[in-house]
Design a protein around this ligand. Sequence first.
Ligand code: ADP
Ligand code: ADP
Length: 237
Amino acid sequence: MIEFNQVGKTYSNGFQALKDVNLKIEQGEFVAIIGLSGAGKSTLLRTINRMHDITEGTLTVDGVNVMGLRGKALRRFRRRIGMIFQSFNLVTRTRVINNVLMSKVPDLPFFKALFGIFPKKDKLEALEALDKVGILDKAFVRADQLSGGQQQRVALARTLAQNPQIILADEPVASLDPVTAKQVMGDFLRINKEMNITILLNIHHVDLALQYAGRVVGIRAGRIVYDGPASEVTQEI
Ligand code: ADP
Ligand code: ADP
């Protein structure tokens, strides 16, 4: 359902970050994108929700040409795609539940969102999302009171509350210690299996990619150099 066809990306300074990318990802896959820093992992991920525009080839999601989307259609498309960052991107001075509810703001009348008036249904969904990632007991704690791993789980819950079809995660465990990193990878895997959400995740820990992802895509200098089952990765990428 995500299909890259001869995709290239040249940044406005002339740097070509992606070259001849061909990639087909089905609904429900868990794909790890691995490669050295600067290889183009983040660029690749960010073309999918149009944080960056491709400059060559075609990119489609469920048959829809992503580059053809404008205005309302683009906003609606982006709502189907959750994004997780290395740095969690939480509002740290407010409660966990409010962070999760922020994913509901685009669906609410402006004044209601402004005053934090959320329908009961949204609050229940937010609590449910926190339960899915095992931190329901932290719902009313301020976000900055949590550990890094717990904060990444809040970010994951915020994304889940948006009911995404796809989750893009850009180095989600890079700033976590090894034990916590494994727990968070386990959360991604569980969500992938239980909810059939497609997950694309950038990671520079090859061992974690092999342990949790079903498929590994290796990129080097903007080109795909490996694409196959995690169980068959043997070469250095
Ligand atoms: P796009 O073509 O996707 O719109 P741009 O080339 O306009 O992206 O760059 C977007 C932003 O990224 C600019 O503000 C630019 O300053 C910044 N940027 C430039 N070089 C780099 C780099 N090497 N890594 C990350 N960001 C960069
Ligand atoms: P990775 O995620 O694998 O570390 P990136 O996709 O962030 O790689 O970056 C790939 C290459 O593109 C790097 O050389 C980076 O400096 C360059 N780059 C990233 N963003 C921009 C930008 N906005 N403008 C110009 N070059 C960029």
